[in-house]
Design a protein around this ligand. Structure first.
Ligand code: 5RP
Length: 231
C-alpha cells in the first residue's frame, strides 16, 4: 500500500474517534482505514474509556478482542450510538460503494442500526460519480450463476471474487460478485434494481446513510463533510 494513502487513512481515523464519548455503544468497521479507528478506540479503552462495541467482521472482532474493547451481541441492544467505517468510493451526495473487504452485509446491518454513521477515507476515495470501483454484490452460493446473469442484464460485467483459486467466502458463507457498471448516474435506482434480485443478500451501495465523511490527506489535514440532508 502506498505510504501517502496510509497516512490519509490514519488521519481521518484520528479525527473520527473524537466523536466517541464514554458510555456509548459503537460499531467497528472493517478494512485498513477502520483498522486505525479500532486501534485508536483500543487506546482510549486502555486509558479508561467505557464503551461497548459490535464489529462488522470476524477480522475486526479479533482486533477488538486483542485490544480488549468490550464486545456485545445485538441481543443486548437495538441501536448503536456511533459507527466508524471505511468506504471504497464516496460521491458528492455522500452515497458510498463499500464491500472491497467483503464485509458489506454485516457493515450494512450495523450501519442501519447506527444513530451517527461516520465514514473515514483518504482523499483519493472522493469521486464525482460512483462506479469506477466495481460494485460488490453478496449472493447466495445456491443459484449464483442465475443471479449473475440477472446482474449482467442490468448492464454490468460481474466477476466472481476469488481467493487461492476458489470463490472468496464472506463471513456469512456467501459469494461476492464484483460488478463493473462504469460511471453510475442514479445509484439509488440501481441499488433498488440490484437488491431486488432474488439471491442477492446485499449490495455495496450505501445510499444516504453516512452522517459525516472524514477525508484525510497525506499532508495531515482532515476534511469533515457533513450530510446536510440528514441534519
Ligand atoms: C470492507 C469495506 C471497507 O470499508 C472498504 O473496502 C475500504 O477499505 P480500506 O479502508 O481498506 O480502503 O467496505 O467491506
Amino acid at each position: 500500500m502506498e505510504k501517502s494513502a496510509i497516512n490519509g487513512k490514519k488521519i481521518a481515523a484520528g479525527k473520527a474517534i473524537g466523536y466517541i464519548k464514554s458510555g456509548m455503544t459503537l460499531g467497528l468497521g472493517t478494512g485498513s482505514t477502520a483498522y486505525w479507528a479500532i486501534q485508536g478506540i483500543g487506546e482510549l479503552v486502555k486509558n479508561g474509556l467505557s464503551v461497548r462495541a459490535i464489529a462488522t467482521s470476524k477480522q475486526s472482532e479479533a482486533l477488538a478482542r486483542e485490544l480488549q474493547i468490550p464486545l456485545i451481541p445485538f441481543s443486548e441492544i437495538d441501536h448503536l450510538d456511533v459507527t466508524i467505517d471505511g468506504a471504497d468510493e464516496v460521491d458528492e451526495h455522500l452515497n458510498l460503494i463499500k464491500g472491497g473487504g467483503g464485509a458489506l452485509l454485516r457493515e450494512k446491518i450495523v450501519a442501519s442500526a447506527t444513530k451517527f454513521y461516520i465514514i473515514i477515507v483518504d482523499q483519493s476515495k472522493l469521486v464525482t460519480k460512483l462506479g469506477k470501483f466495481p460494485l460488490p454484490v453478496e449472493v447466495t452460493p445456491f443459484g449464483w450463476e442465475l443471479t449473475m446473469r440477472r446482474l449482467t442484464a442490468l448492464g454490468c460485467n460481474p466477476k466472481m471474487r476469488m481467493t487461492d483459486n476458489k470463490p472468496f467466502l464472506t463471513d456469512n458463507s456467501h459469494y461476492i460478485l464484483d460488478c463493473s457498471f462504469g460511471s453510475i448516474d442514479n445509484p439509488a435506482l440501481l441499488h433498488e434494481q440490484v437488491s431486488g434480485i432474488t439471491g442477492v443478500m446485499e449490495d455495496g451501495f450505501f445510499i444516504n446513510m453516512a452522517d459525516v465523511v472524514i477525508a484525510g490527506s497525506p499532508d495531515g489535514d482532515a476534511e469533515v463533510i457533513v450530510n446536510a440532508s440528514k441534519k
